[in-house]
Design a protein around this ligand. Structure first.
Ligand SMILES: Cc1ncsc1CCOP(=O)(O)O
Ligand SMILES: C=C1C=NC(C)=NC1=N
Length: 218
C-alpha cells in the first residue's frame, strides 16, 4: 500500500508490528493474519538472528507475508534487506545506524517508505537530512527480542526529540506492551512498534486489540 505523505504515514505507524520466523513458535502467516484482524496498522518483516531464514526460504516467507498485508492494505516494510525489498516491491524499508548510509538507501528505493533507527538527536539530524520518512526510537524499555539492543532510554528520548523540534513521524520500540503503550504516545510518539507483545501471545488478535486500546485511551 503506497503512503504518499507524512500524515498518512503517521496514521499507518499507530500499531506497527514487527516479526520474523524466529519471533514466534507458530506459522508467521497465521500470527500476522490474526494480528491484522486485531488492528495492526503497519508490518515489518525482520528476518534476523541466529538460525533466521536466508535466500529462497526468506524470499518465499516475505512474499507470503506481503500478500497478507496487501489484501488488508497494511504497509509492508522490510528490515535491512534492501535487495529483497526491491525484488518484491515492498512498500518500504527500515534500516539501522550500522546499515548502508541513509542517502544511498534513499537513492536505491526512490519514493518508498524509509524508516531509520535513531538513538539521539545527532542521529536524528543526519537521518532527517538524508531523507528518512520516520524514526524508530528505542529501546524505550528492556527487550529480549534484540540481542544487540542499545541502552534502554525510557520515554525521555522521545520527549527530547520533540522538544528539539523534530516533527517527523516517530514510533517507540523496545519492551512495549499494553501496559506502557500509552506512555509512549503521551511522550510524543505517533505510534508503537512491537515484536513479542504480539508474536509471542497465544492470541495475537486480542494482543493487537489490547495494544490499540492502550494507545487510544491512555
Ligand atoms: C528491533 C528492536 N529495536 C530496538 S528494541 C527491538 C526489539 C523490540 O522487540 P519487543 O517489542 O519484543 O521488545
Ligand atoms: C530496530 C528497529 C527500530 N525501529 C523499527 C520501527 N524497526 C526496527 N527494526
Amino acid at each position: 500500500m503506497k503512503i504518499t505523505n507524512h500524515d498518512r504515514l503517521r496514521n499507518a505507524l499507530a500499531l506497527y508490528f514487527i516479526m520474523g520466523s524466529l519471533n514466534t513458535k507458530r506459522r508467521p502467516s497465521e500470527v500476522l493474519t490474526e494480528a491484522i484482524r486485531g488492528g495492526v496498522t503497519c508490518f515489518q518483516f525482520r528476518e534476523k538472528g541466529r538460525g533466521s531464514l536466508v535466500g529462497e526460504e526468506k524470499y518465499t516467507l516475505a512474499e507470503e507475508l506481503q500478500f497478507i498485508c496487501q489484501k488488508a492494505e497494511v504497509p509492508f516494510i522490510v528490515n535491512d534487506d534492501i535487495d529483497l525489498a526491491l525484488a518484491i516491491n515492498a512498500d518500504g524499508v527500515h534500516i539501522g545506524q550500522e546499515d548502508e548510509p541513509v542517502n544511498l538507501v534513499r537513492e536505491k528505493i526512490g519514493s518508498k517508505i524509509l524508516g531509520v533507527s535513531v538513538h539521539n538527536s545527532t542521529e536524528a539530524n543526519s537521518g532527517l537530512r538524508m531523507g528518512a520518512d520516520y524514526f524508530g526510537v528505542g529501546p524505550i524499555y528492556p527487550t529480549q527480542s534484540k540481542d544487540d539492543a542499545n541502552q534502554v532510554q525510557g520515554v525521555k528520548i522521545i520527549q527530547e526529540l520533540r522538544s528539539k523540534g523534530f516533527t517527523i513521524p516517530i514510533v517507540g520500540i523496545g519492551g512495549i506492551t499494553a501496559n506502557n503503550g500509552g506512555d509512549v504516545i503521551k511522550a510524543g510518539a505517533d505510534g508503537i512498534s512491537v515484536i513479542s507483545a504480539i508474536s509471542l501471545d497465544a492470541n495475537p488478535e486480542a494482543a493487537a486489540a489490547n495494544l490499540k486500546v492502550s494507545i487510544t485511551n491512555y
